[in-house]
Design a protein around this ligand. Structure first.
Ligand code: NCD
Length: 332
């Protein structure tokens, strides 16, 4: 991020992402998105799933459209899945090498966006380490352009939230009465914020956020969640257990964070600990995993793990979102 750029913090990103008729124009946050829209997106994503061995689902719904992937932070899964999703819908895809882009030379992000807009890029997928960048861009592009948030600081990662919801629904069939435990670096995780808002909207029974005190969120931030620093209490009886990586890149200091062995002993999701959860509990992780730190390596590869299914669902969810905003664009 250029030091000279400041972004207005949006008060109504949920409203900003909808067109006048209520259809989805940008995807910036899951917070405040209607339950019906979330369910429709999950249903649409589910339809894009095909068995392994078969040719992956395709459509021509984005034929003639151009999607640009603008990742100003590292990404493997999210970037590859947006790329594949756009191609499988027939779009032209521009994967910009942001390390050599003119933003590095001091160009403002909006100048870069206006440049792409001038080339008829229709959908821009943006990941950035600074807060409010996707909303800032969404507020400034012309009415034919859609912005999709692919990871915003520690604030929002809506397509990850959707793929987590889809994975949970596939295994549990419902959200009501379900207990979900998310364990790890809650304070710095944009994944937890999106997944938590989605779960709350869909009526999850109980959401528990487990972390050492130094990695706990602000208690007022997710008022519908229960916070604990005791992993056994957090996991006990849970139907879903999700582990999160420690996001060192977002920390100025590691003060108060246990060393790696101690961390695994106290906060690692392991097969032994999973015995406390419901007998059919599933284990999730958004990736990238640090095996042996937040999750036991053998558990990540065990039948309880749905981690690779999350990745598969990531492509389907991104196809659903891209197709949705494509439809809104066509109606504009
Ligand atoms: C996450 C992210 O970038 O927020 N990864 C992802 O998108 N699958 C989580 C992480 O980096 O730990």
């Amino acid at each position: 991020m250029q030091a000279t750029e400041t972004f207005q913090i949006s008060v109504d990103e949920a409203g900003l992402q909808l067109a006048a008729d209520g259809s989805l124009r940008h995807l910036l946050t899951l917070k405040g998105l209607e339950k019906t829209l979330l369910i429709e997106l999950l249903d649409e994503a589910q339809r894009f799933l095909t068995p392994f061995g078969a040719i992956p689902a395709r459509s021509r719904s984005l034929e003639g459209r151009t999607v640009a992937n603008l990742f100003f932070e590292p990404s493997t899964r999210t970037r590859a899945s947006f790329d594949l999703a756009a191609k499988r819908l027939g779009a032209d895809v521009l994967n910009l090498d942001v390390n050599t882009s003119s933003r590095k030379k001091g160009e403002s992000i909006l100048d870069m966006i206006y440049t792409l807009q001038a080339m008829h890029v229709d959908i821009m997928v943006v990941r950035d380490a600074s807060a409010s960048v996707p909303a800032h861009i969404a507020r400034n592009v012309n009415e034919y352009v859609s912005i999709l948030n692919a990871g915003e600081a520690d604030i929002s990662h809506p397509t990850q939230g959707l793929l987590d919801l889809l994975t949970i629904r596939q295994h549990k069939g419902r959200f009501e009465g379900l207990t979900v435990a998310i364990v790890g670096d809650i304070a710095h995780s944009r994944v937890v914020r999106s997944t938590a808002h989605g779960l709350n909207t869909l009526g999850v029974g109980e959401l528990r956020l487990v972390s050492p005190a130094a990695l706990a969120p602000d208690p007022d931030e997710l008022p519908f969640a229960l916070l604990t620093d005791n992993i056994d209490d957090g996991i006990r009886g849970a139907d879903v257990v999700m582990a999160l990586r420690i996001q060192r890149e977002r920390m100025d200091s590691l003060e108060g964070i246990p060393g790696m062995d101690e961390y695994f002993a106290n906060y690692g999701v392991s097969a032994k600990r999973l015995e406390l959860a419901a007998p059919d509990a599933i284990v999730m992780h958004p990736g990238p995993m640090n095996r042996g730190i937040e999750i036991e390596s053998s558990l990540a590869d065990s039948p309880a793990s749905v981690i690779t299914q999350q990745v598969t669902n990531g492509v389907a969810v991104r196809m659903a979102v891209l197709e949705r905003v494509g439809k809104t664009m066509a109606a504009t």
